[in-house]
Design a protein around this ligand. Sequence first.
Ligand code: 13P
Length: 251
Amino acid sequence: MRKPIIAGNWKMYKTVSEAEELVKAVVAKLGDYDEVEVVFCPPFTALAAVKQLIKGTRFGLGAQNLYWKNEGAYTGEISPLMLKEIGCDYCVIGHSERRQYFGETDADVNQKVKAALDAGIKPIICVGESLEQRESGQTESLVRMQTEKALEGVEPSLVPQIVIAYEPIWAIGTGKSSDGPDANRVIGWIRDTVRARYGHETAQAMRIQYGGSVKPDNIKEFMDQPEIDGALVGGASLDPESFVKIVRYNQ
Ligand code: 13P
């Protein structure tokens, strides 16, 4: 049985004091609710403060990006070792906003995935098609290719630590979500791609999330699908009420 994982990708929102307020509210409301693994992905500047608040709890901490070298003259970048030292468990890698605005390629994503795993950080790899790609029938080939390239050369024993997030670009921040059966079908293709390379057991062990306009009123539709193991939540993770409702989708 795969344990569902719901992560809040805060993107470039929340100062340190705002981050502390949000995390305190979520932690207080969720108590010891343990049916879902919950991960906070604040901006770099708030990682250490959030870690202080969740130390010794079941809540996970994730960064939103990293560079693939452990140190060096790479002005403005943050290394996997730096993230590990402050207690990051996860790192979002290859989000469509990074691919779109910062020119990240599949090869970059692959380097970042391997560097994260080397440092003991679990990647949350984002894949997903644009509206144009969807309308021209390329969704399946694109998500399969993004998945294959992201995983190229990854040691098979490390693959079950990886989380993949299927985030159709047209559904991000638009209020226009995919629907359960459609997201389930695409996630099935992603799992099948993992199966073809790493075998059935590994593919069955890997958790694959849906992301894109996930809200309290549509989370259940996604979580009810057999292939969907959680959600990567943007906007609705910035408000404690809505994030907690999403995490408690089953209640
Ligand atoms: P929204 O939930 O705001 O659509 O963002 C989704 C996302 O990009 C999470 O990584």
